[in-house]
Design a protein around this ligand. Sequence first.
Ligand SMILES: CC(C)(COP(=O)(O)OP(=O)(O)OC[C@H]1O[C@@H](n2cnc3c(N)ncnc32)[C@H](O)[C@@H]1OP(=O)(O)O)[C@@H](O)C(=O)NCCC(=O)NCCS
Length: 193
Amino acid sequence: MTRGPLLHGEMVRLRPVEPRDADRLWESAQDAEARRLMGASSVTSREDLEAWATEVTDRRGRYDWAVTHAAVRDGQPVSDDLIGQIVLDDVDELTRSASIRLALLPNYRGRGYGREAVFEVLRYAFDGVTDDAGPHLHRVGLEVLSINPRARALYESLGFREEGRLRDVRPDGDGWSDAIVMSILEDEFRASV
Ligand SMILES: CC(C)(COP(=O)(O)OP(=O)(O)OC[C@H]1O[C@@H](n2cnc3c(N)ncnc32)[C@H](O)[C@@H]1OP(=O)(O)O)[C@@H](O)C(=O)NCCC(=O)NCCS
């Protein structure tokens, strides 16, 4: 069971994905721009997505969070609706490594939410939070397509370094997209905080 803790940033609050997120997750799954930028190829049915949202936080080796707004009024979140999703996946206790990926719904891009969501997950992954020591990772890696300069800039601004390039991994229109392999190590993250 890898139900992650609540993670609080200034603009975003991350909570485990819930079955009630199915509508927004379905919206995200239909998002043509994100599908292209993330190289999604498989098609999920609405029923499969609902089943996934119900059981994903019970799966070992991954933490799935819904990105929500952090604003609070009278001690309660103003909105708890999912505006994006972020996952720490392939968590390997032996090598202390994992991978990360995220997607925001179209209306919530370009406002710094993605940067803060990745930062909060990295902080948990490397150093834990109050009451939850976290997976105590050494390395967090990812692959970003070369057709996705915004995501690449975001990762670079957080301290991820390029390790190499997988050539022509995805068809894109009449051409192909490379995948850029990136990672950040625990000391690099701490030095950047
Ligand atoms: C990628 C994504 C998560 C980024 O989150 P975001 O909140 O939109 O991030 P921002 O718009 O604040 O931009 C992040 C950085 O990229 C820069 N940027 C924005 N558009 C850019 C572009 N077209 N080219 C280069 N850099 C760009 C911003 O200036 C910002 O840099 P800064 O943090 O140094 O100011 C979000 O846009 C998204 O969900 N995209 C679709 C799915 C996706 O691509 N997921 C990533 C798969 S690897």
